[in-house]
Design a protein around this ligand. Structure first.
Ligand code: GLU
Length: 301
């Protein structure tokens, strides 16, 4: 499964919460084009780690939609719902090293601790964890596991993560202050996206992460986990978001257009235009994809 030392390996990692929409086809196409433009390999990972949000059969629909537009992986896809043991091993390693700790706080506890400090600490609607259980559970039962966002395992010194995006350039985030100690294993027993994505990117030998810009903000957390788990740091390219007619990010939540595959070649053409490619003359999908790789290569960041 692991293809190390074989050059570029990219991936598309859909969460099968429903069929692909127009925006997710753009993300899939961007990662595919970038892999092909580098003479690389392209893999698919079904990110069904949040099982209650993934209806039965949605994974098969997503894979068949990708196949209809000829975006075919170079290896059989993997499913995160089958990877519990790998995530457990990574968590155990972080616990043994002292980086992961149990947290007994409910959402209410967190909100109260923040209010007691006189602060409003919200970030994308999420409360920034005030570190209540960082130095012990104070008799509460453990509910979840968190990662210390500090620079040392036994102190509170902040940590800044610097990284480079191929399109956005130099990026920097104060992990401790802006994000805080983040969840690895949730109170409901589900693995957090941050841990799963890092473990699986390494397992699949991913060298290049190409995904939508809405995920750029997660990258420092993933880089930190890669450092602590001794995993390689991939290159990153975050593509511009595809906005709906209302100017909001296209998503299943805001009723993004379902992907219309009545004419799959036209769907590819629309996705390409959203990525900034010119309208390409082609009679077949393989021909369109071939032209698109050339056009992508010309404007490679
Ligand atoms: N599963 C995530 C999503 O569908 C993408 C994760 C990633 O590309 O890192 O939004």
């Amino acid at each position: 499964m692991i293809q190390r030392g074989r050059g570029y390996v990219g991936r598309f990692a859909p969460s099968p919460t429903g069929p692909l929409h127009e925006g997710s086809l753009v993300a899939a196409l961007a990662s595919w084009l970038d892999a092909r433009a580098h003479g690389g390999r392209w893999l698919i990972r079904i990110e069904d780690v949040d099982r209650p949000r993934c209806p039965a059969g949605a994974d098969a629909v997503v894979l068949s939609q990708l196949a209809q537009v000829r975006l075919l992986p170079d290896e059989p896809p993997i499913w995160q719902s089958r990877r519990d043991a790998a995530y457990r091993a990574a968590l155990d390693r972080l616990i043994a090293a002292g980086w992961a700790y149990p947290c007994g706080c409910s959402r209410k506890d967190i909100a109260e601790a923040i209010a007691a400090r006189g602060g409003q600490r919200e970030r994308h609607g999420e409360l920034v964890y005030p570190g209540t259980c960082r130095h012990g559970l104070h008799g509460k039962p453990a509910r979840a596991w968190r990662l210390r966002s500090t620079s040392t395992v036994d102190g509170d010194a902040p940590l800044r993560i610097d990284w480079r995006d191929r399109r956005l350039g130099a990026q920097s985030q104060d992990l401790t202050d802006e994000v805080g100690d983040f969840i690895l294993l949730r109170a409901d027993g589900l693995w957090a996206y941050q841990l799963a994505v890092v473990v699986d990117d390494a397992w699949q030998g991913i060298t290049d992460v190409v995904r939508g810009e809405d995920l750029a903000d997660n990258t420092p957390r993933q880089i930190r986990l890669q450092e602590l788990l001794g995993l390689p740091r991939p290159r990153h390219l975050h593509t511009p978001l595809v906005l709906g007619d209302n100017g909001e990010k296209l998503s299943k939540q805001n009723g993004a257009q379902a992907l219309d595959l009545g004419d799959p070649l036209a769907a590819l053409q629309r996705a390409g235009i959203r990525l900034g490619l010119p309208a390409l003359e082609a009679r077949t999908m393989p021909e369109w994809l071939e032209h698109a790789v050339v056009a992508w290569r010309v404007r490679l960041p």
